[in-house]
Write a protein of this length. Structure first.
Length: 170
């Protein structure tokens, strides 16, 4: 048996690339907001000393970039940290002919609530940027349901081993 655990680097390039891109774009807006507040508080943006075109440019920049950045960065950071918190406690157990995915669906008071999926007769594995989509006999061990596919986020170390378990590779 081999256990795959969460890997921050794999998450950043796989499932979390959207979060990182948005944070990288909005971080300068957060810094510009701090500079703008400092300029306003020091009085350097008096109406008499600054040309009207510069004030108009600052106003447009504030409405178009700084205000959305102030709201977007914390929201995306919160969503990303919540997602990584769930993935950090999830694991994938690889057996010779079976895969067991211990998925954390929620965290309450630092106690995870798991849903356990087992995959046997793994036929194919589709690899996208965000997910490994497994096709085979998928059983939800927690509720007892059956399905034909399972999505596993690209956030775990050595995920290429899952692809090697499949009978047919794409």
């Amino acid at each position: 048996m081999r256990t795959l655990t969460f890997d921050e680097g794999v998450f950043d390039t796989g499932n979390g690339w959207v979060f990182r891109k948005i944070m990288n774009v909005t971080l300068p807006g957060l810094l510009l907001a701090a500079v703008l507040i400092a300029l306003i508080n020091t009085g350097l943006l008096n109406m008499e000393s600054v040309p009207g075109a510069v004030l108009k440019l600052i106003g447009i920049l504030t409405v178009v970039y700084i205000i959305p950045s102030v709201f977007a960065f914390p929201t995306v950071w919160f969503l990303s940290s919540g997602r990584t918190r769930l993935y950090r406690n999830s694991t994938i157990d690889l057996y010779k002919k079976k895969l067991v995915y211990h998925k954390v669906v929620s965290m309450t008071m630092s106690r995870p609530r798991y849903t356990v999926y087992s995959v046997t007769q793994l036929r194919t594995v589709e690899v996208t940027r965000r997910y490994y989509i497994l096709h085979g006999a998928v059983t939800n061990e927690t509720s007892g349901g059956n399905a034909g596919e399972l999505k596993i986020p690209v956030a775990f170390e050595n995920m290429h081993l899952i692809r090697e378990m499949a009978r047919y590779r794409k």
